[in-house]
Write a protein that binds this ligand. Structure first.
Ligand SMILES: Nc1ncnc2c1ncn2[C@@H]1O[C@H](COP(=O)(O)OP(=O)(O)OP(=O)(O)O)[C@@H](O)[C@H]1O
Length: 232
């Protein structure tokens, strides 16, 4: 089986007055169509791990391979291009651009990749937003949407370039229980129906139990892991 993202002995130390180890010796391999929860107490390194996996941060030691390609020798430009084509991000807070409509927010990552014409971008953004139940909200700005709707726009934006991997940091953390359930169902459908891989940091153990695989961190290390597919 080919792995989508693979790490070996991933370690990240911040060199402050006193060095802070964010993650240490993490070796994982995540394949296609996986639905992975990253759990652990506050400060255990969950977000740090996600940032490393998403090539938003560089490790102090160890390697990360995205679709078999080592990220270490890549220039910033290559890392950005690898991210744009392969990884979509959803954060706890939506980080949509306030002056743009929902559809424009979804088109922005497409413009950066520049694979499609303007008309194709518009059409794709409309289709994505409609598939997430937002067909009536295409032309609204983020401040005209509810928290759950904004987070669904953020999911559509993460899917803009059709990446195989979605990394989500507490994607339901700021939502009420109904919106939270809706966003969870969308992430689940991305895996089960669209063949995406979703790796989500969550504090919600009930939610983690409904995912296919769990990686539990304590003090920056993997303390428990369950549900990994054979071969990964
Ligand atoms: N820039 C920084 N300077 C100093 N310490 C940091 C910095 N960034 C993170 N840390 C520390 O590194 C550890 C790991 O942080 P991280 O945000 O990855 O944990 P987390 O498991 O995602 O936490 P939470 O569940 O609270 O979001 C924490 O102890 C945190 O305080």
């Amino acid at each position: 089986m080919t792995s989508l993202i693979e790490t070996t002995d991933l370690t990240r130390i911040l060199h402050e007055a006193v060095p802070v180890t964010l993650v240490r010796n993490i070796t994982i391999s995540i394949g296609e169509r996986e639905f992975v929860a990253v759990t652990g107490p506050s400060g255990s390194g969950k977000s740090s791990l996600l940032y490393l996996l998403g090539l938003l941060d560089r490790p102090t030691a160890g390697t990360i391979k995205v679709r078999g390609r080592d990220a270490e020798p890549m220039s910033e430009k290559e890392r950005a291009a690898t991210r744009l084509a392969n990884i979509g991000f959803v954060f706890q807070f939506h980080f949509l651009l306030p002056e743009f409509t929902a559809r424009e927010n979804v088109e922005i990552p497409m413009r950066k990749l520049a694979r499609l014409t303007r008309a194709e971008m518009r059409e794709r953004a409309t289709t994505l937003l409609s598939s997430l139940g937002l067909e009536e909200h295409l032309h609204k700005r983020p401040d005209q949407l509810s928290g759950g709707q904004r987070q669904r726009v953020a999911v559509a934006r993460a899917l803009a370039n059709d990446p195989p991997l979605i990394l989500a940091d507490e994607p339901t953390g700021s939502l009420d229980s109904k919106s939270s359930e809706q966003v969870f169902a969308i992430l689940e459908a991305l895996v089960n129906e669209r063949g995406k891989t979703v790796v989500a940091v969550t504090h919600d153990l009930e939610m983690a139990a409904r995912m296919h695989r769990r990686i539990h961190l304590v003090d920056g290390r993997i303390s428990e892991e369950e549900g990994a597919k054979p071969g990964f």
